[in-house]
Design a protein around this ligand. Structure first.
Ligand SMILES: NC(=O)c1ccc[n+]([C@@H]2O[C@H](COP(=O)([O-])OP(=O)(O)OC[C@H]3O[C@@H](n4cnc5c(N)ncnc54)[C@H](OP(=O)(O)O)[C@@H]3O)[C@@H](O)[C@H]2O)c1
Length: 318
């Protein structure tokens, strides 16, 4: 981690879910200067604000984590916002980094960028083999496009970068807001509240048979730092657990950990996104020496404990 001791680092989205975990690790790594920014410091959808920010801070490394779109309900509600904001922020940050002479940029894309027809485990070489699932196509394509943008900036200007393709992240600090939460946070909230009310039934979206690959947020942060240290070119690198879990199994596990004893019913009329998702992690293992350290059950325990301790209504729930 001595790489970071000489570096001034700007983290966009630094107060977001992954951003906070990345900043904690950068502090532990003793990075020379750390600037975490959100919308209050600069609206990255505005080119001049982004260039002013970069000119003012003059970072050596930029970790670009600012993004728009969380969870299936949010993607369905705001596809144009997802397309515009993710492309605009990505382009402005890369161009401003180039102008300010940034040494390296770490970009985090999403497994939603993968084509819907690819079968698990998704390999990085398959990223361009078709269109993403329609439920998140705008978000997925905006994230995918940044791969080519970073390649172009490397070829024409020599800008070094890493392009990570992240699976579904979960853990303490996630957004649990109804309608904006990712699947783990949404289920933790629903089952914890149902257990406290003594509810007899909880309804979950989809069939329960769709699968996902879940990675604990602190493990993802380790991969982000390793990419900054070791990677200079934006060939995609998956970051994931490499383990496929059905939403039905996830719901049962969360329900049991929350102490919920009622029925779980799946509503197949609600969207569930791609049928299967699991990422090949061989490249991350080889290039980043990346190995997740927090298993799903332990990660869920920590997430549930965090939610129970910090949710706004914690003081009033009997
Ligand atoms: N969480 C996941 O499961 C997951 C999976 C795959 C990929 N990713 C990607 O990883 C990155 C981080 O995800 P996350 O879960 O940490 O997201 P998050 O919690 O939603 O945080 C996103 C951050 O982006 C900032 N932001 C949004 N619009 C902005 C704008 N116009 N100008 C400046 N900042 C803006 C927000 O700033 P404020 O704090 O000011 O609101 C926020 O801190 C994102 O790019 C996301 O697409 C996440």
């Amino acid at each position: 981690m001595s790489y970071w001791r000489q570096k001034s680092v700007l983290v966009t989205g630094g107060r977001g879910f992954l951003g906070r975990a990345v900043c904690r690790l950068l502090e532990e790594a003793g990075c020379r200067r750390l600037v975490a920014v959100g919308r209050a410091e600069a609206d990255l959808c505005r080119q001049e604000e982004t260039e002013r920010l970069m000119h003012r801070e003059r970072p050596d490394v930029v970790v670009h984590l600012a993004g728009s779109g969380r969870g299936i309900a949010d993607h369905l509600a705001g596809p144009a916002r997802d397309a515009y904001a993710n492309l605009a922020m990505g382009l402005h940050v890369v161009e401003a980094a180039r102008i300010s002479g940034v040494e390296k940029l770490v970009y985090v894309a999403s497994a939603d960028a993968y084509p819907r027809r690819v079968q698990p485990p998704y390999r990085e070489t398959q990223l361009w083999e078709g269109l993403p699932d329609p439920s998140h196509a705008a978000y997925g394509i905006a994230k995918r496009a940044m791969h080519i943008v970073l390649e172009a900036y490397r070829r024409q200007y020599g800008l070094k970068s890493a392009y990570l393709v992240s699976t579904n992240l979960y853990g303490p600090g996630a957004d649990f807001t109804e309608g904006r939460a990712h699947v783990v946070a949404a289920l933790v909230r629903r089952f914890c509240e149902a257990a406290e009310r003594g509810a007899e039934e909880v309804v979950c979206w989809g069939t329960g048979s769709a699968t996902r690959d879940f990675l604990y947020v602190d493990d993802a942060a380790v991969a982000v730092l390793r990419a900054g240290e070791r990677i200079d070119a934006p060939a995609p690198i998956n970051i994931a657990s490499g383990t496929e879990v059905s939403i039905g199994r996830l719901a049962e596990t969360i329900a049991a950990l929350c102490g919920y004893q009622g029925r779980i019913r799946f509503d197949p009329s609600k969207p569930e996104g791609p049928k299967r998702r699991c990422l090949d992690v061989a490249r991350a293992r080889r290039l980043l020496d990346f190995q997740p350290t927090v298993g799903l059950e332990e990660g869920l325990r920590r997430t549930i404990a965090w939610w129970r301790a910090t949710r706004p209504s914690a003081a009033v729930v009997p």
